[in-house]
Design a binder for this molecule. Structure first.
Ligand code: AMP
Length: 222
């Protein structure tokens, strides 16, 4: 078996990508690379790059391909990812990004693209109730609150609604997902790299399905 695992996750907003990626990263001991988290961190630091990215994010629009590709290229070439692998979250989101990633990772490429599949009305319900820690990005919801008010159980940070989880931005992000990102499902299927996971149910159930599928692909039986 090849050491490390190279994964990426697709799925509309609200499908549970962030929640599952945290678990996958822990399980396979690989870095969780989330382009959204990287842009949000840059925005909080107030760098020119971060503030510009935030304008796109708050409007629910995509950050331009060349910017995102540059950020991922830099991250993916670091030692930890080169040696252990990674789980990519929120990248690629366009065919151009998928092609750039394919070239970046040649010849080994990725092991698997995981499509977390969820009906849109379910995704909308989850997004409306989603809350996130401003500091460590842990996900909560109005049904799964932190133990004390809206203070993060992990780090004590403030738990809030993301600016781009408001109704207008959500609608726009789902439209963009359908137009730009959904075609990647067929793109990875054609290259025999796709597995589709049913994202209905609680996070433990979805995670169990996901690990089964990844291990099957890696040749681990059990
Ligand atoms: P996420 O946390 O993955 O939902 O990303 C939040 C926002 O960051 C997106 O709505 C985009 O504005 C931006 N973003 C994150 N990843 C990408 C990407 N791969 N391409 C373009 N924009 C991105």
């Amino acid at each position: 078996m090849v050491p490390g695992v190279r994964l990426l996750i697709l799925g509309k907003q609200g499908a549970g990508k962030g929640t599952q990626c945290v678990r996958v990263a822990r399980h396979y001991v690989v870095p969780h690379i989330s382009t959204g988290d990287m842009f949000r961190a840059a925005g909080r630091m107030g760098t020119e790059f971060g503030l510009r990215a935030r304008e796109f994010m708050d409007a629910g629009e995509l950050v331009p391909d060349e910017v995102v590709i540059g950020v991922v290229r830099e991250r993916i070439n670091q030692d930890d990812t080169a040696n252990r692998g990674f789980i990519l979250d929120g990248f690629p989101r366009t065919t151009e990004q998928a092609e750039a990633l394919w070239d970046m990772l040649a010849p080994r490429g990725i092991d698997l693209a995981i499509d977390l599949e969820l009906p849109t009305e379910q995704a909308l319900r989850r997004l409306a109730s989603r809350r996130v820690c401003q500091v460590c990005q842990t996900n909560y919801s109005t049904e799964n609150r932190p133990k004390h008010d809206w203070t993060c159980d992990n780090c004590g940070g403030e738990v809030v609604q993301r600016d781009d989880d408001r109704e207008e931005a959500i609608r726009r992000r789902l439209e963009i997902y359908e137009a730009s990102t959904e075609p990647l499902i067929a793109w990875y299927l054609e290259r025999d790299k796709l597995v589709t996971i049913d994202a209905m149910g609680n996070p433990d159930e979805v995670f169990a399905r996901l690990v089964r599928a990844v291990d099957r692909r890696r040749g681990v039986h059990g």
